[in-house]
Design a protein around this ligand. Sequence first.
Ligand SMILES: NC(=O)c1ccc[n+]([C@@H]2O[C@H](COP(=O)([O-])OP(=O)(O)OC[C@H]3O[C@@H](n4cnc5c(N)ncnc54)[C@H](OP(=O)(O)O)[C@@H]3O)[C@@H](O)[C@H]2O)c1
Length: 306
Amino acid sequence: MDPMPSRRTVVITGASAGIGAAAAHRLGRREDTRLLLLGRDPERTRRVAEATGAEHLIADFTELDQVRTAAEQLRQRCGRIDVLALNAAAVHRHHRRTVDGFEATLQVNHLAHALLTELLADLIGAPQSAGAAVVVTASRAERHSVLTPPLDRRRLEGGDHWCPHHAYAASKLGNVLYARALARHRPTLRPVSFHPGVINTGLASALSLRHRFLYRSAGLVSPLNVIDGGDNLVHFIDGIPGRTWQPGVHYDADRTRSRLSALASDDDVAESHWRLTRQMLGLTPEAGTGEPSTVPAAPQRPLIDS
Ligand SMILES: NC(=O)c1ccc[n+]([C@@H]2O[C@H](COP(=O)([O-])OP(=O)(O)OC[C@H]3O[C@@H](n4cnc5c(N)ncnc54)[C@H](OP(=O)(O)O)[C@@H]3O)[C@@H](O)[C@H]2O)c1
């Protein structure tokens, strides 16, 4: 528990590098903020935590049990969470199924975050946390999704036509839809999503030279750098829900309301994506929604399939 309970508690995932680390540096050592950083790489995460005076925890989101353990550790350490920033993401070079059986990009970027939010929901919505918020780092890449309704697990995971870029776009569409559905189902969590800007970070480092070039060249011509991306994240972390930004809305890198793709702005799609997410994670169906309790497993593919 926090020895200084008057401080707000902010948790950031994907805080070991890039935009998350830049935000941590901005928020670090503020007297009014207790900062907890969640990272995958122990050494990188420890270094950012040390430099920012933050606490840190380690979890690799390709294993949902590690997400559950991190949630339990956060629960032991925090009586409440004021802001949960869902920022971690990866772009994978090859199709890969995790130990949990899900396509890895979808799991790391969307499913793991949905699980973390569900496991911590009562701490975020605690009555003492007046400014509570879930801040989702999504992406303009949602517009590149080739998904069409009706959504099902096979389509979300890329079907037979998986490629790194479409898998990333589907996961980022998932971020936007999830934030919108969360605002409807858990209004006390006051979720918001935003595009941080096109920024040259390590996000594409696992890709082939050609794909890396495409991602990096977009970042190189962008006027924004990683500090700007971190500042954008801090803008939503520091903002007052309902005043600085509106819950359930998606914002652009210039902090104005974003124009979403037709799919991302469709309420029915957000609702079916919410149900699908909960079914995939084996979460209890919500009363009165008619949710089935299970979703068929995707056909098994090899763990790594180029
Ligand atoms: N950069 C852009 O142009 C851009 C544009 C739009 C949206 N975004 C979004 O901005 C957010 C931050 O991305 P970034 O550009 O800062 O990328 P980044 O520098 O690669 O940082 C990504 C973070 O996610 C973590 N991560 C990756 N795989 C993980 C896993 N399996 N389990 C747990 N954590 C994992 C990384 O940890 P490690 O240090 O261990 O790798 C790192 O801390 C992402 O949500 C991304 O989609 C970025």
